[in-house]
Design a binder for this molecule. Structure first.
Ligand code: ZN
Length: 418
């Protein structure tokens, strides 16, 4: 098997007994970094993974590589649970997948200590969840002590495609550990980024409609909405224009959510108005447009969101359509969420190539842009062909408005006065 350079580097760091954090974008072969120690080195590897759907995907991938696997999660039927539990104690089972909650439970249970000691490597997959979910999934905060414990005999491997180097270091510092960073460039040259500052809701709707009319079968689009109500209203608005769309959010019954995912996957549903959770951990290769209707929560969730477009390598685009009224939402956030949101706003308001500013934020090498709104403006003021004509004018007006007003000063004032 031909390994890519970043995979080789991670594996050689592990062989040199170093804890590692790997920033690897989706599609760059993250899972191979724990599959190889399990398959080729005979290590027992415990993988902490945040979502059932993700665990099931990972189990299938490992089984294809002939690795003996077990998993324990809340959605397992009772009869399978017993089989999986006994398989965990079998030394030939090399890869075991569990949730962060279960890892914390095991660490606190004296009867599970020998089991934990049978693992040489603890892989923390999708490590950005430690930051994205800190307000509602406390298990990640509770990981510090168990991780420190584990490090007294085993190695740690953190993996993510949207957690900055600084955040990863601070996560491991809570367990008094230092990690070797292996950072791969952002990549995704096929993905264009547009962050558009709009005057009001009606401009936002106008642009949304125009962008979605451009989506052609069999391509698909995800519209991320800030609330359930907004998702439902967006669906109604799109239906009134003759665009077939449906919603996905936590308020729907599990069965309906599963059905929507299936419809989207199979192409029966082309436009989904969704909450943040849609698409997480599941590969949809043919999404060609991701639109954030309003400001995303923070930089990580922005990058996660637009990163779902263009996974098949075709040209794709990620949009943020934001208005200043989006700032009202900041009031209802906790202070840590507010801090993360402020970083995002500051990043978006900067007149700097979107790709370069993201790379800086993640602590990655800077790269030339593939195409973003700032670069388009700076180069020649002409827009990519897929932006419909009337919006050239709308867009240019926004640019003028924006250049006239010192938006950063406005933001500063807003945060001080609120
Ligand atoms: Zn750029």
């Amino acid at each position: 098997m031909e390994l890519r350079s970043h995979q080789q580097e991670i594996l050689s760091q592990l062989l040199a007994k170093q804890h590692v954090y790997g920033f690897l974008p989706t599609g760059s072969g993250k899972s191979l970094c724990y599959q190889i120690p399990a398959r080729d080195w005979g290590w027992r590897v415990l993988v902490v993974s945040p979502l059932v759907a993700l665990i099931e995907d990972q189990v299938r991938a490992a089984e294809k590589l002939q690795i003996k696997v077990a998993r324990i999660h809340s959605a397992l039927p009772e009869r399978d649970r017993e089989r999986e539990m006994s398989s965990i104690f079998d030394h030939d089972t090399r890869l075991i997948f569990i949730s962060p909650e279960r890892f914390v439970q095991w660490s606190e249970n004296p009867n599970k200590q020998n089991l934990l000691r049978s693992f040489s490597l603890l892989a923390l997959d999708e490590l950005h969840c430690a930051f994205d979910w800190e307000d509602f999934r406390g298990s990640y905060a509770a990981l510090a002590k168990p991780i420190q414990n584990f490090a007294s005999w085993g190695l740690l491997l953190g993996l993510s495609g949207s957690l900055s180097a600084v955040q990863a270091e601070s996560f491991f510092a809570k367990s008094n550990l230092s990690v070797k960073l292996v950072l791969r460039a952002l990549g995704r040259e096929n993905l264009q980024q547009f962050i558009l500052d709009l005057e009001n809701e009606s401009e936002r709707s106008l642009l949304l409609a125009a962008l979605l009319r451009e989506v052609e079968t069999p391509s698909t689009a995800i519209v991320y909405c800030s609330s359930r109500v907004s998702a439902e209203n967006t669906k109604i608005f799109l239906s009134s224009l003759g665009l077939k769309a449906d919603v996905f959010h936590a308020g729907l019954p599990a069965q309906t959510r599963m059905q929507r995912v299936e419809d989207f996957r199979s192409g029966r549903l082309r436009i989904v108005c969704a909450s943040n959770a849609f698409g997480m951990g599941i590969d949809y290769p043919a999404v060609d447009r991701v639109i954030h209707l309003g400001m995303p929560y923070d930089i990580n969730s922005y990058w996660q969101g637009i990163g779902r477009a263009g996974r098949d390598g075709r040209s794709a685009s990620g949009f943020v359509l934001w208005c200043r009224s989006d700032a009202l939402r900041l009031h209802s956030m906790t202070s840590s969420a507010q801090n993360r949101a402020k970083k995002l706003w500051a990043l978006f308001l900067r007149e700097e190539c979107r790709k370069i500013s993201l790379a800086k934020y993640f602590g990655l090498p800077q790269e030339p842009c593939w195409a973003c709104d700032v670069c388009w403006r700076k180069k020649n003021f002409s827009l990519p062909r897929f932006l419909p004509d009337p919006h050239f004018w709308l867009y240019r007006r926004q640019w003028w408005l924006k250049s006239r007003m010192d938006t950063e000063a406005w933001l500063e004032e807003y945060f001080i006065s609120s």
